[in-house]
Ligand binder design. Structure first.
Ligand code: SF4
Length: 903
């Protein structure tokens, strides 16, 4: 039993609710509502909430698989100090004593918290209050800095506040949707389906601006494959075009904006003519004309932007270049119009609202003296921070040089996700006090923390999150936490008590914290500040429990939110008008290869949840780098071979995917793989440490790298019932399969002690039968380990990465008694019966594979994605595989190879 009383569960009895528990998906910033219940066997079932206005019952592949990711394997269950289980009391005292000691010796600036967009608003609020109001430092930053800080900075420059003017409904109403640096089809799947539905229903056109031909670009009416980093030139050119062709909204500009002249002059100097725009962006002139004319002529235009804009040394300028065009045409805050930042994380917006960023205080206030004073009085705070703290990259660099001595990381893994991740990981070793609260027992960060605090995971948490359209939704608990896990807000409050601040942190529930947060947003507001939850300050616990999704602001006297802001032409600058911001394009550097990092369709961040279910690992199973065919030919790299990517900061070895979707000179690699599931797939280690000078957001899209082929004598894979790591390999990666794990590897030479001994060593196998087949001339070795008549593992090795029928072998892991014929067939990797391999999974929602689809196309004479959906259901749930269905229909060999990452 824990020795500190505290909330262990807020889970309502699921069985008492006929329709399950309504909560919110924990992945992307779309913020889809889900309903969770359990079946007769106790397995969790997750379905879309038909009443939630973000998704109306639909979910993407990740959301659909949530029920499969709720196991307790890998959870941190008890507080630990130096690897030993301790009581909560001792762990909390150790954190508080460490913070107090460092503050006394080195001052408050030597302490830092690093938070996460996975935290709930209530968790964020309490952590921010403790640091900025009671410890006296603003060194609170968050992994949201890596995600959308450039939008925050751009909004504040243009609007005087961090506000998103529009709402999702605008995507249904727009006649032109411009996606800039956003692979929404994979990263905001349900929103993209709303855009496609608008096109199908109303004829809206979709323009995608992205150097890569992504799944989103493949669906676009116009794809502008611009030169990386030239977004500002394109939108500056558009601003000039709008001015020269009489498309400005003079009345709006006069009444509601300032400084268009400065912005227009800068735009003319930067990219004044169509020729200059074409030259700077690398686009054909006709495409520039087509985009400019479409924007100029279409009043209902929405411009959505995401990481491709934000993660840049000029991210804030890019945001303002886009906003300038909307201000110039008055297309903001009205139905079907507006600039629209799509946030990556489930509660990036909530973190922004309570001061999760080091350069904001709380309730969207900054560090102006009157704002500091207002928050001081509201909190009755003894030690208010009076200036901005260190932003994420600076904060970790301060750790490396000993300026920060105490760090508390909550619900995130900065040693993996920050740029120069290896250096950041090493920096953690310099800390005097290092605590981490998380739900996982092991990752690159928590492994290095002396004090480890078990926190609630999704399904146990209770509080609120805010999505990309300012909509606050409840995240409700539906299961009991394992071990002695506690909510983050409770852990922080307990430490605050031990630091002597108990009176200000006497929270008994998330509802109490929410009421205080809402009250601060309304405190001395009088509609002067954008964020105002005055209408929610008096929620009783039951009303909070039942709170329906609502968009802020919710001003006093009103229970309803506001869908669109700034419709009245009022902004939150000193003069109440929006500001045009003059911006110019940064000169692109001439590099051999520029590494662009990003995400893939079925994975989320470090794969701690999505990487645990076979369903989501069958679309793309290995870390990879995508390269244009001409570049690949130049360096002699073949599709499916192994490639070494090297930067000044680190290196990775991953599978090469050769495809014309990639721009020449650009490489793309996903961020998801870590040391936990690969030998050398940790892409964050390569990324340079440059940041946007205004937002502090890292430039994760343009690291200069080299790329070379990696030659290996042996390639192979092992299917095993238990997870293994091939640590001595040149390359390895592991993914769950239906009844075990698949580990792909490559070796420079045969194991010195022979393959059998090597395999036994890897598997830790001491008994069982080992069946073997070897052809040394052809460098082929195959073996199967059978223990108690069950297949425990099988290993296939050859000089080339050629796969046998893995689907059938995976099924054999589940067979109770293997007969003699099946044992022989194992070594040939071929089914003994009519087993039909579905092939690489294309539709993760319904588990439909490429072979199945190919056969259906051939045998069923299917000619459209809709036909495939009718025949196989593929593409009929979230729709994010529809671009791939179209590629399969096109029989485009290059495109099909693009999807064949697993070799
Ligand atoms: Fe979750 Fe997918 Fe919805 Fe994003 S689009 S919130 S990942 S279900």
């Amino acid at each position: 039993m824990p020795d500190v009383p505290g909330p262990t569960s807020n889970a309502p009895a699921v069985s008492s609710q006929a329709d399950g528990v309504r909560t919110t998906c924990p992945y992307c910033g779309v913020g889809c509502g889900v309903v969770v219940d359990s079946d007769a066997a106790g397995a969790w079932r997750v379905r879309g909430d038909q009443d939630h206005p973000a998704n109306f019952g639909r979910l993407c592949s990740k959301g659909s698989a949530l029920g499969e990711t709720l196991g307790d394997t890998g959870r941190l269950l008890y507080p630990e100090i130096d690897g030993q289980r301790v009581s909560w009391d001792r762990a909390l005292n150790t954190v508080a004593d460490g913070i107090a000691r460092v503050r006394d010796r080195h001052g408050p600036e030597a302490i830092a918290f690093y938070l996460s967009g996975q935290l709930l608003t209530e968790d964020y609020y309490v952590a921010n209050k403790l640091m900025k109001g009671f410890l006296g430092s603003a060194n609170v930053d968050t992994n949201s800095r890596l995600c959308m800080a450039s939008s925050v900075a751009g909004h504040r420059r243009a609007f005087g506040a961090d506000l998103v003017p529009g709402c999702y409904e605008d995507l249904d109403l727009a006649d032109l949707i411009v996606l800039v640096g956003s692979n929404a089809a994979w990263c905001h799947p349900f929103l993209f389906q709303r855009m496609v539905a608008n096109r199908n229903r109303r004829g809206a056109r979709i323009v995608v601006i992205d150097p890569r031909r992504t799944a989103t670009a493949a669906e676009a009416d116009l794809h502008l494959a611009i030169r990386p980093g030239s977004d500002t030139a394109l939108f500056n050119g558009l601003l000039v075009h709008l001015a020269d062709y009489g498309a400005l909204d003079d009345a709006f500009i006069d009444a509601s904006t300032r400084e268009i002249g400065l912005a227009l002059n800068a735009a003319r100097a930067d990219a004044g003519s169509i020729d200059a725009v074409a030259s700077k962006t690398g686009l054909p002139i006709e495409q520039v004309h087509a985009f400019f004319d479409a924007f100029a002529c279409t009043e209902r235009s929405v411009s959505c932007y995401s990481q491709g804009v934000h993660q840049s040394i000029a991210g804030t300028d890019k945001v303002n270049a886009i906003i300038n065009c909307h201000l110039a045409t008055g297309r903001i805050g009205r139905p079907g119009m507006g600039p629209f930042s799509l946030t990556g994380q489930p509660n990036a917006m909530g973190g922004r609202e309570v001061g999760g960023l080091a350069n904001q205080l709380a309730a969207h206030m900054g560090f102006a003296p009157d704002e500091v004073d207002r928050v001081r009085r509201f909190w009755n705070a003894p030690s208010m921070a009076t200036h901005e703290g260190l932003k994420a990259v600076d904060l970790f660099e301060a750790i490396a040089v000993g300026k920060i001595r105490a760090l508390w990381v909550m619900a995130t893994n900065p040693a993996f996700s920050l740029p120069r991740a290896d250096a950041m990981r090493d920096a953690l070793g310099e800390l005097e006090v290092f605590g981490a609260s998380d739900c996982v027992a092991s990752n690159d960060t928590i492994d290095r923390a002396a004090i480890r605090l078990p926190a609630f995971a999704w399904g146990e948490k209770d509080g609120t999150v805010t999505n990309s359209e300012r909509r606050i939704s409840r995240q409700r608990a539906f299961r009991d936490p394992p071990g002695e896990a506690r909510p983050d807000w409770w852990i922080v409050s307990q430490v605050a008590h031990r630091l002597g601040f108990g009176e200000a942190f006497n929270y008994e529930s998330p509802a109490a914290i929410f009421r205080e947060h809402a009250a601060l947003t309304a405190f001395e507001n009088d509609e002067a500040r954008d964020l105002d939850l005055g209408g929610l300050t008096a929620l009783c616990d039951q009303t909070y429990e039942n709170l329906a999704p609502v968009q802020w602001p919710v001003r006093a006297g009103s229970g309803d939110g506001i869908a669109r802001m700034t419709a009245d032409g009022h902004f939150f600058t000193d003069h109440g008008k929006a500001r045009f911001v003059p911006v110019t394009t940064l000169q692109a550097q001439d590099r051999r290869f520029t590494l662009n990092t990003g995400r893939i369709r079925d994975q989320w961040h470090t794969m701690t949840r999505t990487g645990t279910t076979a369903r989501l690992c069958r679309h793309i199973a290995e870390p990879f780098v995508e390269i244009h065919p001409d570049d690949a030919a130049d360096i002699g790299l073949e599709h499916g071979a192994l490639a070494r990517i090297r930067s000044n900061h680190g290196e990775a070895i991953v599978r090469a995917v050769v495809g014309a979707e990639q721009r020449k000179g650009s490489l793309f690699a996903p961020i998801h793989w870590s040391d936990a599931n690969s030998g050398s797939g940790r892409i964050g280690a390569l990324v340079h440490g440059l940041t946007d000078p205004i937002s502090g957001q890292p430039d994760s899209k343009a690291t200069s790298v080299s790329l070379t082929t990696v030659q290996c004598a042996y390639h192979g894979f092992i299917l095993s019932a238990n997870p293994i790591a091939v640590n001595a390999a040149v390359y390895w990666s592991r993914a769950p399969v239906r009844h075990g794990f698949a580990t792909t590897f490559a070796l420079a030479a045969a194991p010195p002690g022979g393959w059998r001994a090597w395999l036994k060593d890897l598997l830790g196998a001491s008994g069982g039968d080992i069946l073997e087949l070897a052809n040394w001339e052809r460098q082929v070795y195959r073996s199967a380990v059978v223990v108690d008549d069950r297949l425990s593992a099988c290993c296939f090795v050859s000089s080339e990465p050629v796969p046998p029928a893995r689907d059938w072998l995976e099924e054999m892991l589940a067979v109770d008694v293997l007969d003699a014929d099946t044992r022989r067939a194992l070594l040939f990797g071929r089914a003994t019966d009519d087993f039909e391999s579905p092939g690489q999974i294309v539709c993760a929602c319904f588990g439909v594979g490429e072979n199945t689809i190919d056969n259906a196309i051939t045998n069923g004479a299917l000619s459209s994605a809709e036909d495939i959906g009718t025949a196989l259901k593929a593409g009929t749930n979230c729709g994010s595989c529809i671009p791939e269905l179209r590629r399969l229909l096109s029989l485009d060999v290059d495109a099909k190879r693009r999807d064949s990452v697993t070799v």
